[in-house]
Design a protein around this ligand. Structure first.
Ligand code: ACO
Length: 325
């Protein structure tokens, strides 16, 4: 358990809103297929932005929301699987944009796919000593999609969410649970530039996201309950006031809701507007819930995610009092 609390949140959308209907120009699909199989109605796609641009925008909004002095930020962690560069990290680009180059800041990226923000939050919460940690999930997945593959291109979107945390003395806490296993790498896969080409199976090494949807679905519906039960350590799930899950597919969320007897009304859902934004999905949803005053003092909420690797994770947040909205 870590004595930390959220002091501000922000999120950024990519520039171009794409409705399902518009995807019919690229692939053989329909609004009806996408909505009934996934719940997604639209997504935001980057026209000109890099992942860092979205990360900076979300960070600036979080700083404005928290009304803190930027110079007190001592750590920046960006979770992403679509960084601008192999190096430098998106986190260093954010540091530069925030004018923090001369400050004692540790800035780095992590990649745990769609679980990345939760992994980053756990790292920040356990390492933060003084000041504020800026934890961001940011993606431009549109840049690694094969826009002729209807199995993937209809599902994903671009965006960023940012959260500022600080050490808490008021009883606010965060608990974490994070797991990974690497035996199903090709269920959800995108080759990197430094990979040795597989001469016998060249198609597999294309730098586009490929997915076995059914395998990922099967994994997701057991990983999410595992992470939630893991983080709650015996506390009944019905005691949670709000759940903010990774926004991949409404059918996955409905399945988890039914299996865990946790009502959909207490689950925050925005995948209809954003699609799946991977590491940005949980912090965008968190920032939207924060903006809509759904996160209040004296409440318990659970963040939960799953992603490529496979990886899966959850965070229980207890908010005691102090500075919230
Ligand atoms: N439009 C129209 N038809 C399509 C489309 C599309 N966009 N995509 C696939 N189809 C077709 C298929 O070709 C198939 O046709 P066939 O029967 O003639 O072969 C048919 O629809 C059914 O395909 P399935 O893959 O069986 O469809 P399913 O009901 O499993 O739904 C989906 C697919 C939505 C991808 C589902 O498997 C799913 O949600 N899986 C989990 C995906 C997920 O969560 N991914 C991300 C998680 S991890 C992360 O966030 C990085």
């Amino acid at each position: 358990m870590e004595n930390v609390k959220i002091v501000g949140c922000g999120y950024a959308r990519a520039s171009s809103k794409i409705e399902n209907e518009a995807l019919k120009k690229a692939v053989d699909t329909s609004d009806e297929w996408i909505q009934t199989r996934t719940g997604i109605a639209s997504r935001y796609i980057s026209e000109t932005e890099n992942t860092s641009d979205l990360a900076i925008c979300a960070a600036q909004k979080a700083i404005q929301n928290a009304q803190i002095n930027t110079s007190q930020i001592s750590m920046i962690i960006v979770a992403t699987c679509t960084p601008d560069n192999v190096t430098p990290s998106v986190a260093c680009i954010v540091q530069e944009a925030l004018g923090l180059n001369d400050k004692p800041v540790m800035a780095f990226d992590i990649n745990a796919a769609c679980s990345g923000f939760l992994f980053a939050l756990q790292c920040a919460a356990s390492m933060l000593q003084k000041g504020y940690a800026l934890v961001i999930g940011a993606e431009t997945l549109s840049k690694i999609l094969d826009w002729s593959d209807r199995n993937t291109c209809v599902l994903f979107g671009d965006g960023a969410g940012a959260v500022l945390i600080q050490r808490a003395q008021d009883g606010s806490t965060m608990d974490f649970y994070a797991r990974s296993k690497g035996d199903k790498e090709h269920a959800l896969y995108c080759a990197g530039r430094s990979l040795q080409p597989d001469l016998e199976n060249v198609a597999q090494d294309k730098p586009y996201l490929s997915m076995n949807g059914r395998e990922v679905f099967r994994f997701a519906i057991q990983a999410m309950p595992d992470a939630i039960y893991g983080v709650l350590q015996g506390q009944p799930v019905e005691e949670m006031d709000l759940m903010i899950p990774h926004q991949a597919n409404i059918r996955i969320l409905e399945y988890v809701s039914k299996k865990m007897k946790f009502p959909m009304e207490k689950m925050f859902v925005n995948l209809d507007q954003f699609g799946n934004t991977s590491a940005a999905s949980v912090p965008i949803a968190l920032a939207q819930a924060w903006e809509e005053h759904k996160i209040k003092e004296n409440m318990d909420l659970v963040l939960v995610g799953f992603g490529a690797g496979f990886t899966w994770a959850a965070c229980k947040i207890h908010i005691e009092g102090g500075k919230h909205q």
